[in-house]
Design a protein around this ligand. Structure first.
Ligand SMILES: Cc1cc2nc3c(=O)[nH]c(=O)nc-3n(C[C@H](O)[C@H](O)[C@H](O)COP(=O)(O)OP(=O)(O)OC[C@H]3O[C@@H](n4cnc5c(N)ncnc54)[C@H](O)[C@@H]3O)c2cc1C
Length: 285
């Protein structure tokens, strides 16, 4: 097995696209190394992206934030992103422990492609985009286009996610993320919900995005759930419509952590609670 630590995205892409055997990108390694230790994968080449300066930066731009793919949970939590996107940062900072936080990245969470990944519903609700660099071209896609099933992504050979783009916040906007776990921490979401809202001057919801985790093979963006609350001030009827739309979108598995019935019901409950937090954060009363 070869280990490489290039100092530019271009060099990383060249290494990955020229490799004839199996290759893997190492960001924090908190998924990759566990899978290697467990004997599930044995890459011939590991490309460590933590030495690429551009990928270690968070930049505030005219259109929002650009978060490098190798930015850790701790770095994100200490940045200006926290004030603008509290739901995204809270979701990312729920991952693992302090030790895991020092290494793990949102892009690793996204590209590991678990339907229960904590930062992904919040990123999707935020309308985040991923900047992908490949051997032939650079492209930008909504984050929900990356995971295609458990452990699978739409990334082609040689492609790397270089950064995530979080849009600039309009006035009166707020987001939130909640997950259900049987323990208080260090557990995988049984169900999760991310909600992002923009209100008008009267406190009426004019834009909404709702995403659910761990209730389908990939994290879901639930358009009918957003539609259910747009035009409302998040009154009880709107909240009930939101919960019903979320539950209707679920097609979860039954496993030792939660039944289909439980996940379907709790998706609606969490979406309601996350929506209330997002509404308050947006200044709604
Ligand atoms: C003790 C422990 C607790 C955990 N708790 C949680 C939790 O509560 N919630 C949760 O969601 N997860 C949890 N995880 C899983 C893991 O920590 C997260 O998924 C984390 O965000 C992965 O990030 P990473 O940078 O470590 O990814 P890595 O392990 O480096 O990479 C993960 C995958 O993404 C690919 N990848 C990484 N970067 C890129 C890139 N730039 N472009 C393309 N592909 C890339 C890698 O090749 C690999 O396949 C836990 C893990 C551990 C060990």
């Amino acid at each position: 097995m070869r280990y490489e630590a290039p100092s530019s995205t271009k060099a990383a892409v060249t290494l990955l696209s020229k490799e004839k055997g199996k290759s893997a990108i190492l960001a924090g390694g908190t998924d990759l190394l566990v899978r290697m230790k467990g004997g599930f994968i044995e890459p011939d080449l590991i490309v460590d992206i933590k030495h690429i300066p551009q990928m270690r930066q968070i930049k505030k731009t005219a259109s929002g934030f650009q978060v490098g793919a190798a930015v850790s949970g701790v770095e994100l939590g200490e940045s200006a992103v926290k004030k603008a996107w509290p739901g995204v940062v809270e979701a990312a900072n729920l991952i693992g422990s302090k030790q895991v936080q020092g290494r793990c990245t949102m892009v690793g969470n996204l590209c590991n492609a678990s339907p229960a990944a904590d930062s992904v519903p919040a990123l999707i609700a935020a309308g985040a985009q991923a900047v992908i660099v490949g051997p032939k071209k650079k492209r930008t896609v909504p984050v929900e286009k990356i995971p295609t099933g458990p452990g699978r992504t739409s990334l082609a050979k040689g492609e790397i996610v270089e950064s995530l783009l979080l849009p600039k916040r309009p006035a009166r906007s707020g987001d939130a993320y909640l997950r259900f776990i049987p323990r208080s921490e260090m557990d995988i979401a049984v169900v999760s919900a991310g909600v992002n809202l923009v209100l008008d001057a009267k406190g009426v919801i004019k834009e909404a995005r709702v995403a659910l985790g761990a209730v389908a093979p990939t994290v879901l963006l639930v358009a009918p759930a957003a539609k259910a609350i747009i035009g409302s001030k998040l009154d009880d009827e709107a909240l009930d419509r939101l919960a019903a739309a979320c539950s209707a979108a679920c097609s979860p598995i039954d496993d030792k952590r939660g039944t289909i019935e439980f996940r379907t019901k709790v998706a609606g409950v969490l979406a309601k609670r996350a929506a209330k937090i997002a509404y308050q954060r947006a200044g709604g009363k």
